[in-house]
Ligand binder design. Structure first.
Ligand SMILES: [Zn+2]
Length: 253
């Protein structure tokens, strides 16, 4: 498949009360200007020390903003519960050796998901989308998501939308506009340390790829095929590629 036919979904992670709001406000203006509706990985109860160092806004104001984003067509995802890593388990994707979910017992995982959904509901927000912190989750997480009515996850090293059990898997394996390929590519951004350069590169790319960018609503209309043997082989290939790339980065940095 030619890369210029790849559909692109923009995703921003670690959206929470504590974040770089100055940069975020600039990103919102860029998104509005180019009519791009990303998916947002929203942390229901941020207790991650590495994120708490950023400026905080009032909880009620935060949730009103999230509601506004949702009514503007942004996809709103539950991004874990508190974003605190309690295990060194890399889960099914074997990407990061840290997790809020993988390796955690079923009762605790279930409580986390229920608490997250309740916080969303308390703030009049419904969601059917889940994004695991650090890309780390296990089969128990997938069962619990299903049991709690979540239909979509944004993760997995696949080239097209996939189905696992009753869950729809929107693949995610890009962190920039470089080497986009496949039927769909979700590009994941973390904006907290962005400066003017990142903002201008982001805007340039939104312009360049404007015809390919789609939103969560359109993704839901795509065909999700069951994960097959070919997909598993592809997943293993990408895992190996990411691992080799990680080693090389360590050696040369
Ligand atoms: Zn995160």
């Amino acid at each position: 498949m030619k890369s210029n036919s790849t559909k692109i979904l923009i995703r921003f992670d670690d959206i929470s009360t504590h974040m770089n709001w100055d940069v975020w406000d600039k990103i919102l203006l860029i998104l509005k200007k180019h009519q791009v509706k990303p998916i947002l990985a929203v942390i229901p109860k941020n207790e991650d020390k590495s994120l708490l160092k950023f400026a905080k806004i009032d909880d009620d104001i935060f949730w009103l903003k999230i509601k506004e984003y949702q009514s503007n067509g942004f996809g709103i995802a539950i991004h874990g519960y508190n974003h605190v890593y309690t295990t060194g388990d890399s889960g099914l994707l074997k990407f990061n050796k840290r997790s809020e979910f993988a390796g955690v017992d079923k009762k605790t995982q279930d409580l986390k998901i229920k608490n997250s959904i309740n916080i969303f509901k308390k703030n009049s927000l419904n969601t059917n989308l889940f994004i695991a912190p650090a890309h780390s989750f296990d089969y128990i997480t997938l069962d619990i998501l299903k049991e709690n009515g979540i239909q979509y996850i944004s993760d997995g090293f696949f080239k097209s939308p996939k189905r696992y059990n009753t869950l729809s898997v929107i693949p995610q394996m890009h962190w920039s506009f470089k080497s986009i390929h496949g039927e769909i590519a979700t590009i994941c951004f973390h904006h907290n340390n962005w400066g003017d350069n990142e903002l201008s590169v982001f805007e340039k790319n939104l312009k360049k790829y404007s015809k390919q960018i789609i939103d969560f609503e359109k993704i839901q209309m795509m065909k999700f095929n069951d994960i097959g043997v070919k997909d598993i082989i592809q997943l293993l290939f990408f895992q190996l590629r990411f691992k080799i790339f990680g080693y090389l980065k360590k050696i040369f940095s």
